[in-house]
Design a protein around this ligand. Sequence first.
Ligand SMILES: [Zn+2]
Length: 238
Amino acid sequence: MPSPITQNLDILKKAQQLDSEIHHAHILLEEIPSQRAQLKADLELEKTHFTELEKMLKDIQLKLKEKELELSQKEMQIKKLDGQLSQVKTNKEYAALQQEIASLKADNSLLEEGIIHILDEVEAAKDETRKEKEKVALVTKSFQDKDSELVTQEKNLQGRLVDLKKQREEAVTQLPPELAELYNRIVVKKQGLALAAVNGEVCAACQMQLRPQLINEIRLGEQIIVCENCSRILYFES
Ligand SMILES: [Zn+2]
């Protein structure tokens, strides 16, 4: 027939096992909101990048339109001046017009070069925007999957916690009231860990060297002994 202390220690170990699981589940649950926030932030970052690329593409397209407009205005001006060539009276006027036309044509050839360059930029920007759009779609899908996974995980953990808490209450109720109270007090104070094994001559939880007399008392098993340093209930691993 095991001593009452041995029986109580067995119940305490069972309760401790459940409380450790409860503590672990709480930690996992507490991490979920920040994990969800991080996923959301990653998605927003990608969306922002896409918006920036779209804006860049629009800016380049606007620059292209301006240059094309400038080119067509100058071409019209050249046509107009060409028409005037036949109406001028003097050689000097004729030469001046020709010079003006030549200067406009030189401007236009620079404009045309510029336009070709901008067309390349437009193509590159379109390509980059298209790729980013695909990336946003992928990240959105991955966000939705991972986020709903986390929501499921959260629900499961909450359900598991209800179950574990019920089991730990059932275990603790089997203890004498004053021991149940002591255990409950320590478990709250010590982040879910109320029991500590004796490891050699050391408390496994706080690593404090235990007095030989204390170790003897634990061995005798006549009463519950707590660590003089961390206040946890000490036991020998059987
Ligand atoms: Zn200790």
